[in-house]
Structure formats: C-alpha cells, structure tokens
Design a protein around this ligand. Structure first.
Ligand code: ADP
Length: 437
C-alpha cells in the first residue's frame, strides 16, 4: 500500500508540474511577444493581456533579459532571482530551464525576434495544483492508515481462527498427565495437517497408554510372584517355630523353604535379564557363535537339572555348511532363551520331550522346537509373550509366565523373530529366525 501510494503521489506530482509548466511556457511566450512587439517595457503591461492569450496564472511574474544580462522588462521590480546566471547560461545553450523557488515554479526559455535573442523567465504559483497535491497526500495517508488497521485486525482475526485448532490441541495436551493418559486431543475433520497431527498424537497416546498399563501390570504381577514364595516361607517358618521339632522335620521344612527361595532367585534372575535386555536394545557388534553349539550346551544343562527331559537335536536336511548357522550375539542370552523354550516344551508335554531342528534359509538361521504337549489355546497365543501371561490350560503347571517374554526380548535384541503355532491337545511348534552372521 505504501509503495503504491508513493507511486501515485509522485506520478501526480510529475503530471501537475509538467501541466503547470506548459501553461507557464505558453504564458511566457505570449508575454514576450506582447512586450517585444509593442516595445512597451512597462510593468503593467501584462495586466492588459486578455482575450486571445492564455489565462493569467496565480502570482505570475515575468522577466525578459538580453543574453548579456541586461534587464529589458520585469513585471516585478522587487523580484530577486539568485539562479539568473545559471538560467541565462542554459537558455543561451538553447535549453529550457525549470526550477523551483519557494512556492514558485520558475521557467526559463529563449525567445527570438528575428534579430535578437532574449531570455524569458516566468514564475507563478500553482495554487490549485499544490492544493490538489496536499489533498492527495492526506487521502493517501488516511487510506494507508485505514488499510494498515484493517489488515492488522483481519490478520489477527483470521490467524487466530487458523491457529485455533493448534491452541486447542496444546491446551488439551496440557491436561494429559500420567494419570489421565486415556484423554485424547480433538481431531477436527481429521483431513487437514492439524487433524493429521492430532490423529498421530492420539495414536502415540494410545501406545503410551498401553505400555503404561503393561508396566503397571508388570509391577503388580512381579510383586505378586515374589510375595507368594515369601508368604510361603514365612508361614513355614512360623509353623516350624511353634514347638520343638525333630531333625528330620527341620530338614524337610528347610528343603521346602529352599525350593521357594530357589524359585524366587530364578524369578528375580529372569526379571533382571528382561530389564537388562530391554534396556540394551538390539546388539551391535557381537561375537560370532554357532547355534548348534548353544543348542548342545543348553541340552546338557537342562538334562543335568531335569534328567526326565528328552531333548532331541538334529540338523535340517537342507543344511550343507556350518558357516550358515553362525549367529552374532550374546551366548549367555541365547542359551537362556533356548533353555526356556526347551523347558516349556518338556514341561507342558506328558512325554517330557522336545524335537529341535536347526537349519538355514537365505540369510536366516532357523531353529524349530516341536512338542506333543497340551498346546496353547488360540485366544492365548497372541498374549502369551506378555510378561506374566499364562495359558488357561497351564495353570496347574508350575511357572510364572515370564519365560516367553524373556525369550521374545532376547530374540528381538538379536534382530530375530519368533513364531508360535499350536493346537490344544496336539502340540506346539515354536520357530526362531535369527540373522546369519
Ligand atoms: P511359564 O511357562 O512359566 O508359565 P512362559 O512365559 O514360559 O511362562 O509361558 C507362558 C505360557 O505360554 C505358559 O503359561 C503356557 O500357557 C504357554 N506355553 C509356553 N510354551 C508352551 C508349550 N510348549 N506348550 C504349551 N503351552 C506353552
């Protein structure tokens, strides 16, 4: 607006000056003709000018000089023009001079009578033009101010409206705390950027809510699992101390207490491992180990503590090169995962046996654990890897529900995957895929 206003003002000012100068020029020419033709070099002369000549201009005054600076005629005796030398110089060179003196527009032109050349200087005030320019200036300033104010108000109003969904989201997010993770931000129509942002935000809240709920559950379950053996130990010792006992009675009670303590140690170890593996994330540069060696070691250890377990390990017929079954990872963690799967397979089957097959496909190492046990009900399969979740049909078996979630975490840390297929009463097949190193 400012640039447009300045352009309008200056083009108008230019136009006014040119217009007025051409009037002044034609008046000056008329006056020169009148004066020089009549040889009446009299100050009142131009007052007589009238019909046939251009109209008089406000405050006009004229001066006619020879090129030697002799004043031939002046309509105003008191007129002092400082630039007279400059004007005559220019006029001599056949150039028109236009300049401004106070409010006067001053014009210098040359006029020839045939024999002699004269310099004719005219000056007048463009009262109408200047008034017009003054009005234009005021109008433009008012227009600029009004548009500045109205643009500011409109900008403030529309930007407020445009940003309102964001401020709504912000104030809603402010209300969401750990205890109110169930709250969601308004998604509006969900189609524009803000709607999409709100949708993404809500999805994130959903994930946060689930993981918080899982954590809460985890802590409750862990405390419960730890409290059970502690209560049992407490009860057994209290009963034991009620009266004097024989050495055999003490022995058998301590044996049972020891069992409870062992199960607590086992649970704490697994919980610590879960905490460690989930904190560490996927392993980077790790030592290379053959998967069959880990399988043999796990088999040996399991058999030592559970002589009734039948663990059959065999390579897949497709396996041709031992290089194909080298994995990069943590030997202890992988052995823990495999031992857990072996223990489950044997524990949940009446024949206490498991068939383990290992091989390779493309760039993956494949290990399959297959048993003919109680199987896992369909509705439990998805949740089975959650900490402390136990199948409906496994309640009568000892266990804490922490093993599979530990296995899942370890396999994830080794950039592998775990797949469980099972049929109740027929058996379970667990397939591990680990990237080959
Ligand atoms: P736990 O065996 O201590 O209960 P896990 O996390 O190892 O805990 O297993 C979770 C649940 O998965 C078990 O309670 C059981 O219902 C089911 N499950 C795991 N492996 C098997 C299997 N081989 N056969 C049948 N059910 C299984």
């Amino acid at each position: 607006m400012l640039i447009a206003s300045i352009a309008i003002y200056y083009s108008n000012a230019n136009f006014r000056r040119n217009d007025f100068n051409s009037l002044l020029r034609s008046r000056a020419v008329s006056v020169a003709k009148l004066v020089l033709d009549s040889y009446e070099y009299n100050a009142n002369l131009i007052l007589r000018s009238g019909s046939g000549y251009p109209n008089r201009l406000p405050e006009e005054k004229y001066m006619i000089l020879s090129f030697d600076k002799d004043t031939l005629y002046t309509s105003d005796k008191f007129w002092k023009l400082n630039e007279i030398n400059y004007i005559i110089g220019q006029v001599k060179a056949d150039k028109e001079v236009i300049l401004r003196q106070d409010q006067f527009e001053v014009l210098g032109i040359s006029h020839s009578t045939g024999l002699y050349n004269f310099a004719v200087i005219g000056a007048a005030i463009d009262k109408d033009g200047l008034l017009h320019m003054k009005k234009l200036r005021i109008i433009l300033i008012i227009v600029c101010l009004i548009s500045l104010i109205s643009f500011s108000i409109a900008g403030w109003f529309y930007s407020g409206r445009a940003l309102k969904p964001i401020s709504d989201v912000v104030s809603n997010v402010d209300d969401i705390t750990i205890t109110s993770l169930n709250l969601r931000v308004p998604e509006g129509n969900g189609a524009d950027e803000i709607g999409r942002l709100a949708k993404t935000f809500n999805k994130m809240l959903e994930r946060l809510e689930t993981s918080f709920a899982m954590q809460k559950n985890f802590i409750a379950n862990a405390s419960h699992e730890l409290r059970t053996p502690l209560t049992s130990i407490n009860g057994q010792i209290e009963v034991l101390m009620m009266k004097d006992r024989t050495a055999d009675e003490y022995k058998s009670a301590l044996g049972s207490v020891l069992e409870d303590i062992r199960s607590m140690i086992d649970l704490s170890n697994r919980l610590l491992l879960i905490a460690r593996t989930s904190a560490e994330g996927p392993s980077g540069q790790s030592p290379k180990i053959r998967i069959d060696e880990i399988l043999w070691q796990a088999q040996e250890e399991m058999k030592k503590f559970n002589p009734s377990f039948h663990i059959n390990i065999s390579p897949d017929s497709s396996l041709t090169d031992s290089e194909q079954i080298i994995v990069a990872g943590d030997e202890y963690l992988l052995k823990t995962a495999i031992s857990n799967l072996i223990e489950n397979a044997c524990k949940y089957s009446s024949d206490n046996s498991v068939e383990i097959k290992f091989g390779s496909t493309d760039r993956w190492i494949k290990v399959i654990f297959e048993d003919r046990g109680i199987g896992i009900p369909g509705e439990d399969i998805k949740k089975i890897i959650e900490p402390f979740y136990r199948g409906n049909n496994a309640i009568s078996y000892p266990g804490t529900g922490i093993g599979l979630s530990l296995v899942n975490q370890i396999i994830k840390n080794h950039n592998g995957t775990i797949k469980i297929t099972s049929e109740v009463g027929v058996g379970t097949k667990i397939t591990l895929l680990l990237p080959s190193a």
